[in-house]
Design a protein around this ligand. Structure first.
Ligand code: ARG
Length: 576
């Protein structure tokens, strides 16, 4: 919380108490938020919950409350508008508080002290021996952002890659490799080769169902725990896949605290199944072991063990939930997985709920929409289906970088570190495009929009940062210390300052709603505000007191934009 908010809160609380509200209830119901319309005020208070506590209508309550707030050196006014109260801060106090805190890197602009929350985030989680597809890229990018956002707020975060390295899909791959695989070919381009094998398997299995039986046997052999041919092959294909995934992970600057894939739960599933048995909810259905979830409104039962004794994706997710509970004691477990797996996570939560396991409450599916691209008839369709082929993430990243390289060659051929900037801007354009809209919406993948330096894009925000760095370079003087600034000189920068003031609440909401797009919007807004401020106000040519104040503003905006971008996983080049 900023000092301004703290001041306002204290003041509001004492008024609430004088209006007869008990302290604890007032604390809980006092939610100060950015107003819908900045012209009405800097901070708004909805009085619905508060009014209810004292049995008044919200407009009545808002009017009485606003009347009792007395202006001071920090707070300029409080005005009721229907059920809301809008507050305005004194402009010099606003500038001083925001800029001092940003320059100090104090929370909420910098990382907060521990907030006591523990958050487990399950993201990326591709399947080995298969290409890293575009849906996994979304999970990687959204999950990576949520991890940084929660850390920023002071949570202890465990970022986990729940690699798909077990089960039938993998057994099929293994079967294909046993039939047609060639180590030298594999070594040349592992993921592409494995994908070719997988396609061949799918085709041949249509005419030859015996292949699937064979795969089921191989999986049984793998699950037997014996050191056999299957196990060695599993190890080999897993190692090769992990090596291949590391490429995109490095380029997207995504890391994990643990790579505990499905195979990690091999020896933990039995205990998990025992726990289900003990809770009394496991039933037999046609020789398979299931949990019915009809009473929770879910028609399909959750299948936990097949007739042949083998386990499933669900069994491993159940074991993983118990493992995460006892290892990390999380308040929340976020599963960043496409919307098409909604049923899977409803069932997982459902089983835990029926078992009366407290961890059920922590399980949260964080779904997201598809990636669409234009087909030759200019219609949007699912990305992967373009040429009936999988799309390899590294190829997409390469294409983005290549396009930025061309722009640089045209617009700024003298740029230092051209290659590095092209990589940073190209990859970021894709990340930004992914995080721009609320995650449940489909992402439209369109190069022109994504790389537009004037739209709401990664390059646009990065360019805004580089421009601020440029001004600071040209100033040829150190940015003055906040204690030496006459903040009254920044009365004309209120829109920039108010946007900065909202940063903390935006990051907070992004975490609560698992919605990085709230941070993206914040970054776009700040870039836009500082851009228009600099269009109308000179920094370097201004008289000394003004120049100093504006230099501080420019540096603070640069810092906050850089922080905002870094939460999204996007670097801010100093020149571009
Ligand atoms: N490997 C899965 C897939 O590609 C995603 C795993 C998500 N995480 C989980 N705990 N189920 O579809």
């Amino acid at each position: 919380m900023s000092e301004l908010h703290r001041h306002l809160r204290l003041k509001a609380l004492s008024v609430l108490q004088s209006m007869g509200l008990p302290e604890a209830a007032a604390e809980a119901a006092l939610r100060l938020e950015p107003p819908k319309n900045k012209d009405h005020g800097d901070v708004a208070l909805g009085t619905f919950a508060l009014a209810k506590l004292v049995g008044k209508t919200p407009p009545q309550f808002a009017a009485e409350f606003a009347q009792q707030i007395v202006a001071d050196g920090v707070l300029a006014s409080a005005a009721a508008a229907g059920p809301f109260v809008n507050f305005k801060f004194q402009r010099a106090a606003l500038a001083k508080d925001v800029l001092t805190m940003v320059m100090r890197g104090a929370a909420p602009y910098g990382i907060a002290a521990s907030n006591g929350q523990v958050v487990v985030i399950d993201y990326s989680s591709p399947n080995i021996a298969k290409p890293f597809h575009i849906g996994h890229m979304r999970s990687t990018v959204i999950g990576g952002a949520l991890r940084r956002i929660h850390r920023h707020l002071g949570a202890t975060v465990h970022g986990i890659n729940h690699l798909g390295d077990w089960g039938m899909p993998f057994a099929k791959m293994m079967t294909a490799y046993m039939h047609w695989g060639d180590e030298t070919e594999l070594a040349k381009a592992p993921m592409r080769y494995m994908f070719e094998l997988y396609k061949r398997y799918s085709k041949e299995a249509k005419d030859n169902p015996a292949l699937d039986d064979e795969a089921a046997k191989h999986f049984q052999a793998l699950e037997s725990g014996v050191d056999n041919q299957e196990r060695r092959m599993w190890q080999f294909l897993r190692d090769e896949s992990l090596k291949a995934f590391q490429g995109p992970y490095d380029r997207l600057a995504v890391t994990f605290d643990a790579i505990t894939g499905e195979s990690f739960f091999e020896d933990k599933m039995e205990a998990a199944m025992q726990r289900v048995v003990q809770s009394g909810v496991l039933e037999l259905s046609d020789g398979a072991e299931v949990v019915w979830l009809k009473e929770l409104g879910i028609k399909e039962p959750c299948l936990l063990r097949k007739r042949d004794g083998t386990t499933l994706y669900h069994t491993r997710d159940l074991a993983a939930a118990f493992y995460r509970e006892s290892t990390y004691h999380p308040n929340r477990i976020l599963y960043v997985v496409g919307a098409e797996q909604k049923l899977h996570f409803d069932q997982l939560k459902g089983v835990l709920t029926r078992m009366k396991e407290p961890i059920a409450l922590a399980v949260e599916h964080v779904p997201f929409g598809l990636v669409l691209s234009k087909n030759p008839e200019s219609k949007w369709e699912k990305f992967a289906s373009r040429a009936g082929n999988a799309v390899f993430l590294d190829e997409i990243l390469d294409e983005a970088v290549q396009k930025v390289r061309q722009v640089i060659a045209e617009k700024n051929p003298e740029l230092e570190d051209k290659e590095k900037v092209a990589e940073q801007v190209g990859v970021s354009a894709i990340i930004f495009n992914d995080l721009k809209n609320s995650r449940i919406k489909d992402v439209k993948f369109d190069w022109e929009t994504m790389l537009n330096f004037e739209g709401e894009t990664g390059p646009y925000v990065q360019y805004a940062c580089a421009r601020l760095s440029g001004i600071l370079r040209k100033a040829e003087q150190a940015v003055p210390d906040a204690s030496k600034i006459d903040f009254a000189q920044l009365a004309d920068a209120e829109r920039v300052l108010l946007t900065m003031l909202d940063f903390g609440s935006a990051v907070q909401r992004a975490a609560e709603q698992s919605e990085p797009s709230i941070v993206t919007a914040q970054v776009i807004a700040l870039a836009g505000e500082i851009h228009s401020y600099l269009r109308d106000h000179h920094v370097l040519g201004a008289e000394p007191a003004v120049r100093d104040a504006r230099l501080l503003l420019v540096d603070a905006a640069r810092r906050l934009l850089t922080t905002g971008l870094s939460l999204l996983g996007i670097p801010a080049p100093e020149r571009m």
